[in-house]
Design a protein. Structure first.
Length: 138
């Protein structure tokens, strides 16, 4: 169920990103805003579907508190747009770091998203104070 919902979320988004303005749209979106807003005019064509999938996906993650599920979904969405933007940049620069084509990259994003969303909530609470304190104890 989670995989099907992630696919319903990412595949249309990837198709949308790949067809706008010569495939540089993900970079454009990633640059204009640190957080992707699916309610913005740029996403008008896909926002209704995304909202439906987010609602269903939130309910499909009963192992997480609702707030954690929403935050993970948001992070997943934003990281996916950033990853598509990186793909576009590397393609333009002819950077051979990753040999995968766009469709394979999106398939990797689906796998990563499913793993992230289905992972249990960590009991570890990392705070800046703990990190700073730990680094001065050496």
């Amino acid at each position: 169920m989670v995989r099907a919902l992630v696919e319903a979320f990412l595949y249309p988004l990837a198709d949308f990103m790949a067809t706008v303005d010569g495939s540089n749209y993900a970079r454009f979106i990633a640059r204009i805003s640190p957080s992707v807003d699916t309610q913005s005019a740029e996403f008008r064509e896909v926002s209704e579907g995304i909202n439906e999938v987010v609602g269903r996906l939130t309910r499909a993650l009963p192992h997480l508190p609702r707030r954690v599920a929403v935050e993970r979904i948001d992070l997943t969405f934003n990281m996916s747009v950033s990853a598509m933007a990186i793909f576009e940049q590397r393609r333009e620069d002819e950077n051979p770091v990753v040999q995968a084509d766009f469709d394979t990259t999106v398939d990797h994003l689906v796998d990563l998203a499913v793993g992230a969303l289905t992972a249990p909530q960590s009991a570890h609470k990392r705070t800046r104070a703990k990190r700073v304190h730990a680094s001065t104890d050496v």
